[in-house]
Design a protein around this ligand. Structure first.
Ligand code: ATP
Ligand code: MG
Length: 229
């Protein structure tokens, strides 16, 4: 479903070159729930940015269902963005919009009809368990609830794959496990899930595939892996 091929990303700035990803080759199959782990600065968010096309790779590419996403433009790029749901490290919620409006907005901008919006927003809020917070603004939500809203927004276009960048980074232990069981539930419903994290306990508890990256290189890939760094 997703293939990273010889993926290299070098950032160039005033202080010189930073190799964020170095010749990454990975395949992720439909239906997997996989963790990509690595220390701070290992290159996890860079992988996300390449998937969302915020950044282009310096070398290599990413095939999503055999299409190189780095070559997409215009309508095809927008369509791809709806098929890959992203939960960002810092949520990226719209702070002047309520829970409901945050979700409606992303559907309105792609021209979904009102009837479908109402039905789908209700459904995703139920899935993530914040249906009793529809009128709250982001600043009126707890950390766990904000994370759930970010997941709901990633889910709203029924993506084939969800990539979540450090989804438990700002949460306490209880909320972390709640959010992870939500991802398990979404995975059982048929969505491929990629979790990018440095949360050792969470990854060990999942007992699923673990890919380890260190200084931009894949250094481990275990089917029922554990966090080895
Ligand atoms: N826009 C940029 N310009 C220059 N260097 C960058 C840029 N973005 C990231 N980097 C560098 O690339 C490397 C990888 O960064 P990235 O954000 O992918 O790490 P990460 O694994 O997500 O870390 P964290 O766990 O702290 O979120 C780091 O050394 C970082 O300083
Ligand atoms: Mg990061």
């Amino acid at each position: 479903m997703l293939k990273f091929q010889n993926l290299t990303k070098i950032y160039n700035n005033q202080s010189g070159k930073i190799i964020a990803l170095s010749n990454v080759n990975l395949e992720i199959a439909k239906g997997e729930l996989v963790s990509i782990v690595g220390k701070s600065g290992a290159g996890k968010s860079t992988l996300v940015k390449i998937l969302t096309r915020e950044e282009m790779p310096t070398k290599g590419g990413v095939l999503f269902n055999d299409v190189n996403i780095c070559e997409l433009k215009g309508k095809k790029l927008q369509e791809m963005r709806r098929r890959i749901g992203v939960v960002h490290q810092d949520y990226k919620l719209l702070c002047d919009k309520t829970v409901e409006e945050n979700l409606c907005y992303v559907m309105q901008v792609v021209g979904v009809c009102d009837e479908t919006i109402i039905k789908d927003v209700k459904k995703v809020l139920e899935i993530v368990g914040i249906e009793n917070r529809v009128c709250h603004f982001p600043h009126e939500l707890s950390g766990g609830e904000k994370q759930r809203l970010a997941i709901a927004r990633a889910l709203i276009h029924r993506p084939e794959i969800i990539i979540a960048d450090e989804p438990t980074g700002n949460l306490d232990v209880y909320n972390s496990y709640e959010v992870i069981s939500l991802f398990k539930k979404i995975n059982e419903m048929g969505t491929t899930i990629i979790l990018l994290t440095h949360d050792k306990e969470i990854v060990d508890s999942l007992k699923r595939r673990v890919i380890t990256i260190d200084q931009g290189k894949v250094i481990g890939d275990d089917a029922k892996g554990r966090f080895i760094l």
